[in-house]
Design a protein around this ligand. Structure first.
Ligand code: G3P
Ligand code: MG
Length: 249
């Protein structure tokens, strides 16, 4: 297996549900709880700017409606991505990947960028996100891990910047999952915790792949996966787990 430079504990969408997901405020809160690695979801604006948003549409996490990727960055960057969560976060902006890169690099934090394309934009999103990532982290030795549920997005990322580490996201262990990850040149899989056990993790390790898991919010689940040899635990429960080299609750 290749070296795995990422911390065991990774804060999901910045700080799980304690702050508005995929905002800089969430990253700051996750960091306040001791996290040194973060996961976030990245897609493209209409004019090709990579920014953080989970859903394809705006209505759940901003006051606006409609498909986010149809808006230019000049409009998206003015939207309130915090007020939906709670009053104290009102006015928190949608961050660009550039902003999050500056924050992570300045603080020495690791990042797992989930390439989350708007449907129909898989390859473009994989290409542009990987190119931006390569440029933003050009001077850093610790590169972000690019992950995606969309194999064609990962393939496009690989073609654009072969050197960036990639991981195939798996909600289930579909037939051929291991060969699929290997054929995409991945260094890891990131799988739903429900489908992982010691046998699956050993199988991936034997094939040279690391294994991370989402979304691990229960101490018993964290202990089970840690004992099974997991390499990364993505959690919403940043106030429940103490990130360190071993599982602590
Ligand atoms: O990257 C792991 C996890 O974030 C995948 O699911 O829906 O929370 O983006 P989702
Ligand atoms: Mg995600």
């Amino acid at each position: 297996m290749k070296a795995w430079p990422y911390p065991l504990w990774i804060a999901h969408r910045g700080a799980g549900k304690l702050a508005p997901e995929n905002t800089l405020a969430a990253f700051r809160l996750g960091a306040h709880h001791g996290y040194r690695a973060f996961e976030c979801d990245v897609k493209l604006s209409a004019d090709g700017v990579p920014f953080l948003l989970h859903d394809a549409t705006l209505q759940r996490t901003t006051p606006e409606t409609g498909v986010a990727s149809k808006r230019p960055w000049s409009e998206l960057s003015r939207m309130d991505a915090g007020g939906w969560h709670s009053r104290s976060f009102a006015g928190e902006p949608l961050p660009s990947l550039d902003t999050i890169a500056r924050y992570c690099i300045r603080n020495g934090f690791a990042l797992n960028i989930e390439i989350k394309p708007t449907p129909g934009h898989n390859e473009e999103t994989g290409r542009v996100v990987s190119q931006h990532t390569a440029a933003l982290w050009a001077d850093e030795s610790l590169k972000p891990l690019l992950s995606s549920f969309q194999p064609d997005a990962l393939a496009a990322a690989r073609t654009a910047v072969p050197s960036l580490p990639r991981a195939l996201l798996l909600d289930s262990l579909r037939e051929g999952w291991l060969a699929e990850a290997q054929n995409l040149g991945c260094v890891a899989i990131v799988a739903n915790c429900r489908v992982l056990d010691a046998t699956v993790i050993a199988q991936a390790h034997a094939a040279g792949l690391r294994v991370a898991s989402y979304t691990v919010n229960e101490p018993a689940e964290a202990h089970r996966l840690f004992d099974a040899g997991i390499d990364g635990l993505i959690t919403d429960a940043v106030d429940r787990f103490s990130p360190g080299s071993t599982v602590q609750v």
